[in-house]
Design a protein around this ligand. Structure first.
Ligand code: ATP
Length: 236
C-alpha cells in the first residue's frame, strides 16, 4: 500500500471540513477524488502533504505514519503536491521554477538528468526555459507546475485540479501527460472537479461530499453509476 488515510478529521476553527474520511492508494495506481466545490478535496490534499494538521485520524505513507511530519520532510519522503492554482513563481524563469522543485536534492548529476526528463516530457517548457513564468499561458503554467512537482522525483504525485481554467484541448493534453507519468511508474492521487476526464484515466475513484466519502469504486463502476452520471457527468 502506498498511502492509507484513516478517519481523517480536519477543522478550520470550529468548521469541520473533513468529517472522518478514509481511503487508500496502491502502488502504481491513479486514484481520483472527485467532488463539488467546497467538498474538502483541497483540504484532504493539503493535510496529506503536511500543510494542515488533522484533529483526528491517520495518514500512513509506505507503512510510516506521517501526520505530524512537517511539509518539507514529507517532500523528501517522496510526496510531491502540485497545488490548485499552480502557485508558480511568476518573477522567476521557467528554468528557475523547475530547479526550485529540486530543492530537497543535492546530487547535481541526478538533478540534471531529471531536468532533462522533465524537459523532454514538456517540450514547451524547454522552448520557454528563459521566459518569466508569470508570462506563460494557463496551460503552460500547469505544465510548469507539474514539471516542478516532478523535479523532487516523487513516488506519489498529488495533483490538485490540474484541468482548472484550461480549454478542452489542453485538458486532454494534460490528462494524457498524467497518464504517461503514471505509466512510467509514478503513483498519482488526482483531485478533480472534472469527473468526466478524471474517471477516464483513473483506476479507482472516491466521491467526496461535504467532508465525507459517499461512494467509491473502480473508475468503470463510477462511470456506470446513475447517481454519478447525473450529479457529476452532466447527464439528465
Ligand atoms: P474547491 O473545488 O472549490 O477547491 P474543495 O473540495 O477543494 O473545493 P476545500 O477547499 O477543501 O474544498 O474546502 C472544504 C471546506 O472547508 C469548505 O467549506 C471551505 O469553505 C472550508 N475552508 C477551506 N479553507 C478554509 C480556511 N482557510 N478557513 C476556513 N474554512 C476553510
Amino acid at each position: 500500500m502506498m498511502l492509507e488515510v484513516k478517519n481523517l478529521e480536519v477543522y478550520y476553527g470550529a468548521i469541520r471540513a473533513l468529517q472522518g474520511i478514509s481511503f487508500d492508494v496502491r502502488e502504481g495506481e491513479i486514484v481520483t477524488l472527485i467532488g463539488a466545490n467546497g467538498a474538502g478535496k483541497s483540504t484532504t490534499m493539503r493535510t496529506i502533504s503536511g500543510l494542515l494538521v488533522p484533529r483526528n485520524g491517520e495518514i500512513i505513507f509506505r507503512g510510516q505514519k506521517i501526520n505530524r511530519i512537517p511539509a518539507h520532510k514529507i517532500v523528501r519522503m517522496g510526496i510531491s503536491h502540485v497545488p490548485e492554482g499552480r502557485l508558480i513563481f511568476p518573477n522567476l524563469t521557467v528554468m528557475e521554477n523547475l530547479l526550485m522543485g529540486a530543492y530537497t536534492r543535492n546530487n547535481r548529476a541526478e538533478i540534471e538528468e531529471n531536468l532533462e526528463e522533465v524537459l523532454s516530457r514538456f517540450p514547451r517548457l524547454r522552448e520557454r526555459a528563459k521566459q518569466m513564468a508569470g508570462t506563460l499561458s494557463g496551460g503552460e503554467q500547469q505544465m510548469l507546475a507539474m514539471g516542478r512537482g516532478l523535479m523532487s522525483k516523487p513516488t506519489l504525485l498529488i495533483l490538485d485540479e490540474p484541468s482548472m481554467g484550461l480549454s478542452p484541448l489542453l485538458v486532454e493534453e494534460i490528462f494524457e501527460i498524467i497518464k504517461s507519468i503514471n505509466q512510467q511508474g509514478t503513483t498519482v492521487l488526482l483531485v478533480e472537479q472534472n469527473a468526466f476526464m478524471a474517471l477516464q484515466i483513473a483506476h479507482r475513484a472516491y466521491v467526496l461530499e461535504t467532508g465525507r466519502i459517499v461512494l467509491h469504486g473502480t473508475a468503470k463502476e463510477l462511470q456506470a453509476n446513475p447517481q454519478i452520471r447525473s450529479a457529476y457527468l452532466g447527464e439528465v
